[in-house]
Design a protein around this ligand. Structure first.
Ligand code: UGA
Length: 440
């Protein structure tokens, strides 16, 4: 079975590389020449643990190749994954430009039966749109060629994408056609044989499953974040609240960690997109809307907390530990660190920042404030001569810091632990004026 993946962003690349690891012959296609040249050399456009090794192994074994030639890819492969980006538009909706362009190309170049698998996160109804475009393009050429469109959403987490692909909680296949289901079972044969749960449903349901899952997780985070804010006011400890709540099997302990708000390329985008889908369908999604608002509030609340504790932020210097939206990624999209840094600078603070992977991206995303930010090589240099530490992302290397060494080089000793990494550390309150999120 010859499989091609169109779009070598996060999802496409992980899909292509992991399907090659499953033993398939894979071609990955992208319009960006430089990306393709680099991938052939084993240079990845993203940082994702484990991906480089799996790619190198499969490239050597000649199970994966890269190209910019979309026409050839369409003609020579039976299964075509669409994994191009769907960035948010101004109104919160997903921009389907790239997906629909690929659909048109497929329609123009299709030569025999194909299965088109949609992996990009797209609003309900997009699969049908893709189908219509391909159909129209074939019609224009007065040809009669069969094809099927299936939705197969991905649930990969950045930083754990390879692991998630190899050991998913479930695989969702949105097509009611037996033939398509059989082909997709063959694509995921390794998982199917491994007893991975498969959900077979129709196209629209598969598309909805992705949005509903992400929105629900975002709601869960916003919920616990608001509970954390309330805990601070009433003398409760959110860590214990979350722990006890999580013991209820109906709730589960996952995604109940209070923090500075969710970020990344998925939750902010997908929650807004779902609200937008609701608006179009004239069904208002109050809960998701509230989760979005609560998330914006959470980031600002972190700044307010810092302001309240240090009294005057102006001319104070803060050490930001962790810039990326979560650990094990260089991704800074919608990272809470961006808002927090920006707001502190507006209040007159100076910033020193360190992140194991996020600095490169932070430099251009925060270029407006470049004169107010000093980027450092490690956490110790970062904390030196500052008034306070603000731990924003819970990278493992921040869990075992030499706290005495950190403190001894600081001007003052505030420690804002926005991920509650140190709340149980016996020394933390002896060494620092310590503040977690929702903990005493
Ligand atoms: C998320 C989903 O978890 C994936 O299943 C999905 O495939 C992906 O979006 C997507 O749509 O492509 P990801 O954005 O990589 O994955 O990140 P998560 O690990 O889910 O974390 C998202 C944000 O929530 C981070 O900023 C994280 O710090 C925050 N978070 C997570 C919390 O603040 N508290 C928690 O308890 C959990």
């Amino acid at each position: 079975m010859k499989i091609a993946v169109i779009g070598t962003g996060y999802v496409g690349l992980v899909t292509g590389v992991c399907l090659a690891e499953f033993g398939h012959q894979i071609t990955c296609m992208d319009i960006h020449e430089e990306k393709i040249v680099n991938l052939k050399k084993g240079i990845l456009p993203i940082y994702e643990p484990g991906l480089e090794e799996v790619l190198a192994r499969n490239y050597k074994e000649k199970r994966i190749d890269f190209t910019t030639d979309i026409k050839k890819v369409i003609k020579e492969h039976e299964v075509l994954f669409i994994a191009v980006g769907t960035p948010p538009k101004e109104d919160g909706g997903a921009d389907l430009k790239h997906v629909l362009e690929v659909a048109a190309q497929i329609g123009q170049n299709i030569n025999e039966y194909k299965v088109i698998v949609n992996k990009s996160t797209v609003p309900v109804g997009t699969g049908k749109k893709v189908e219509n475009i391909i159909f129209e393009e074939i019609n224009k050429q007065n040809k009669k060629i069969n094809f099927d469109v299936v939705s197969n959403p991905e649930f990969l987490r950045e930083g754990k994408a390879v692991e998630d692909f190899m050991h998913p909680d479930r695989v969702v296949i949105g097509s009611k056609k037996e033939k398509v289901v059989e082909i997709l079972k063959e694509v995921y044969r390794v998982l199917y044989l491994n007893q991975t749960p498969f959900v077979f449903t129709n196209l629209e349901t598969a598309e909805m499953i992705k949005y509903a899952s992400n929105a629900f997780l975002a709601v869960k985070i916003s919920f616990i974040n608001e509970v954390a804010l309330l805990c601070e006011k009433v003398g409760a400890n959110v860590q214990d609240v979350a722990k006890a709540m999580g013991m209820d099997g109906r709730i589960s302990s996952k995604f109940l960690h209070a923090g500075p708000g969710y970020g990344g390329s998925c939750f902010p985008k997908d929650t807004k997109a779902l609200v937008h889908i609701g608006e179009i369908a004239e069904e208002e999604l109050f809960v998701v809307k509230a989760a979005i608002e609560a998330n914006e509030k959470q980031k600002i609340k972190m700044v307010k907390k810092i302001e309240k504790e240090v009294k005057e932020v102006k001319n104070k210097t803060f050490a930001i530990l962790g810039l990326s939206f979560k650990p094990e990624t260089d991704d800074m999209r919608d990272a809470p660190a961006l808002t927090i840094i920006e707001e502190l600078i507006k209040l007159g603070a100076n910033i020193k920042a360190y992140c194991p992977q996020g600095i490169k991206e932070a430099k251009w995303r925060l270029k407006l404030y470049k004169d107010n930010i000093v980027y450092c090589d490690n956490e110790y240099e970062c904390a030196k001569d500052t008034d306070g530490i603000i731990l924003i992302t819970e990278w493992n290397q921040f869990r075992g810091m030499d706290l005495k060494k950190i403190k001894n080089n600081m001007k003052d000793n505030y420690f804002f632990d926005l991920r509650n990494v140190y709340f149980q550390n016996l020394n933390i309150r002896k060494l620092f004026k310590y503040f977690g999120v929702g903990v005493l």
